[in-house]
Design a protein around this ligand. Structure first.
Ligand SMILES: [Zn+2]
Length: 263
C-alpha cells in the first residue's frame, strides 16, 4: 500500500490520545461500558438524525450516511440490489485511501496496486453503480476526511441495527468504523466487521502496540430492542472468539434512544 507512514506514527497516536479520557477515565467506556457511558452524552439523539440518504464507506474518516465497506463495491449484484432497495439512498460516495478499494482491486485482478490506483479503480466502480441506479456520486478527498491520511485511529467498530447512526457531531462519542448492519445479511455484515478488525490491528491502524487486553478494540452493537441485542451479541461474540486477536477485542452495546420521526 502507498501509505507512507505506518502504525503508531505521531499523527495517529495524537488522535488516539485525544480520545484517551473517553475510554480510560473513571467514567469512561472501558470502566462503565457503552450503555452507561452514553447516558451522559446530552447530544446522543443527534447521532441518529440521519440528514443525508447517502452511502459511505465504513471508514471512520467518511461523511454522514449509511455505511458499507467501499460504498457497496464488495457486494455481488444480488446483495447490491437488496441493499439499495432497503436503504433507498440518493447518493454514493468514494473516498481517498480506501482499504475496501484495495481489497476489491486485488480481488478483481492479480496485479499489485498502489493505494492511489486502487482508489481510482473504486471511484470508477462506484460512479458506474451510481449511474446505473440514477444516484448522485461524490468523492471525498483526503483533506475532507475525519482522519489523517496516514491511517486509522478508531478503536471502535459500531455495528448498527438502526441504519441511522453517525458518530460525528456528538461531543464525547468516540470515532469508529460504522457498519449499517440493518441493510446487510448476517454473513456479509460479519465479513465487514472482520475487515474493520483487520484494519485496526494492521499496519494502517492502531496495531497491537495500542490495542491491548487492558485497552481492547470494541465491537459495539447499536440496537433498538432486546431481540436485536441477543442477535448482535451472538454475532459479534462469534467473530471475537474466532479472531486471532480475540483477547484484545471486547463486545459491547447500547440501546438507540427513541426518536420521533419527523417525516
Ligand atoms: Zn473505504
Amino acid at each position: 500500500m502507498s501509505y507512507e507512514v505506518h502504525n503508531n506514527c505521531a499523527v495517529i497516536e495524537d488522535r488516539y490520545n485525544k480520545e484517551e479520557e473517553i475510554f480510560t477515565g473513571s467514567e469512561g467506556i472501558y470502566e462503565k461500558g457503552f450503555s452507561v457511558y452514553v447516558k451522559n452524552l446530552s447530544e446522543l439523539k443527534e447521532a441518529f438524525k440521519l440528514q443525508k440518504k447517502c452511502v459511505c464507506c465504513i471508514d471512520e474518516g467518511t461523511s454522514e450516511g449509511m455505511h458499507v465497506a467501499g460504498s457497496l463495491i464488495l457486494l455481488n449484484e444480488e446483495q447490491l440490489k437488496k441493499y439499495l432497495a432497503e436503504a433507498n439512498p440518493d447518493e454514493l460516495t468514494s473516498h481517498a485511501g480506501c482499504g475496501a478499494a484495495m481489497l476489491c482491486a486485488k480481488k478483481d485482478s492479480h496485479n499489485d496496486f498502489s493505494q492511489a490506483e486502487a482508489d481510482e479503480y473504486a471511484q470508477k466502480l462506484i460512479n458506474d453503480i451510481a449511474n446505473k441506479y440514477h444516484l448522485k456520486y461524490t468523492h471525498i478527498p483526503a483533506d475532507k476526511m475525519n482522519r489523517p491520511p496516514e491511517g486509522h485511529f478508531a478503536r471502535v467498530c459500531y455495528y448498527d441495527f438502526t441504519g441511522k447512526f453517525n458518530y460525528f457531531g456528538v461531543t464525547g462519542m468516540p470515532a469508529g468504523f460504522t457498519i449499517s448492519r440493518k441493510f446487510l445479511e448476517l454473513e456479509y455484515a460479519l465479513t465487514e466487521a472482520g475487515v474493520a478488525l483487520n484494519i485496526a490491528f494492521g499496519d494502517h491502524g492502531l496495531g497491537e502496540g495500542l490495542l491491548t487486553e487492558d485497552k481492547p478494540f470494541l465491537l459495539v452493537a447499536i440496537v433498538e430492542n432486546e431481540e436485536q441485542l441477543k442477535q448482535a451479541q451472538q454475532e459479534l461474540n462469534s467473530l471475537k472468539s474466532s479472531h486471532s486477536k480475540g483477547a484484545k477485542i471486547k463486545v459491547d452495546f447500547f440501546m438507540a434512544p427513541e426518536i420521533k420521526q419527523e417525516n
